[in-house]
Design a protein around this ligand. Sequence first.
Ligand code: NAD
Length: 356
Amino acid sequence: MMQQKLNIVPFVSVDHMMKLVLAVGVETFLTELAGYIEDDFRRWELFDKTPRVASHSHDGVIELMPTSDGKLYGFKYVNGHPKNTHEGLQTVTAFGVLADVGSGYPMLLTEMTILTALRTAAMSAVAAKHLAPKGARTMAIIGNGAQSEFQAIAFTALTGVDRLRLYDIDSSASRKCAKNLAGMGFDITVCATGQEAVEGAEIITTVTADKQYATILTDNMVGPGVHINAVGGDCPGKTELHRDILLRSDIFVEFPPQTRIEGEIQQLAADHPVTELWQVIAGKAEGRKTARQITLFDSVGFAIEDFSALRYVRDKLRDTGLFEELDLLADPDEPRDLFGMLLRAQAAGAATAAAG
Ligand code: NAD
């Protein structure tokens, strides 16, 4: 653990996060972060867990995502506003805090917009390691916005995917995605329809943003043996898959009480069987059993993944120094003399003014 003065909190800005990711390397970052997520999923039972606290509005949602392992506490603030890109804003932005449970003092404040894209992609690829058909190389990505390149790189780093079939209702998003991924070893096909994108794909990632019950995949688009990585349906009334696909799939989820509210399975009965992904990672439940089985990772994003990401970033800061020191906590010499600290600051200010 990095030593820190108790009143100074390390702050990772967007600029520092970009430098950190580039210094580590995107693939290495995703691979190491996936390791942290797997470690935390293996000790899932000891975490304090709750569905995230969501404040819904006409155009989007603002959510708080807390969790603790008893030693560390983490939370993320994140929004989801699909209309934002039309106004030049991000659909998803985030920041987060890691704190020491013993003292309650924050230990890290960091941007999490980039970090969320990385952790979501790492989580998807971890799920696919256990659920996708063995040796799968071709992935369709439907929805080619902010998350898409991260998904592609995580899948190549962790599962060996090297052929991409891209589709977006806005073809400029697909062109952007293909351009950003050029030279990274992918064979990329930009497709004119979702139907064309899924042809020959062993893995289908849906990562669109639309505040409605959308039908990005219809039942006829999903053949036997496919793994679906459904990322974009993550709010009440915001889904991507036709219900019939769910009825043919073996469904894997993060935290069922949250996924029942937010995931694709909000379309199903409350007792429809699902498998908790942590059990697969911990070796307590089976992932893919047969070659013809359709597996579905109904991703909504859970607080423990952000906790893992916060832990990972904090561990990386020691070696890189890529943070600023934030004067976030009042820390009077005598802890109960908070007001006295204010008076001393006033006196010091007056003395400086008199001297000047
Ligand atoms: P974004 O707005 O940058 O990109 C979304 C893309 O989807 C856009 O390019 C848009 O044109 C495209 N799209 C919308 N409707 C479509 C349709 N019917 N067919 C094909 N393409 C369509 O958003 P983003 O940051 O990439 O996020 C994508 C989705 O992932 C959002 O819904 C977001 O809430 C969700 N998300 C989920 C997690 C998770 O952990 N599960 C994490 C982050 C984001």
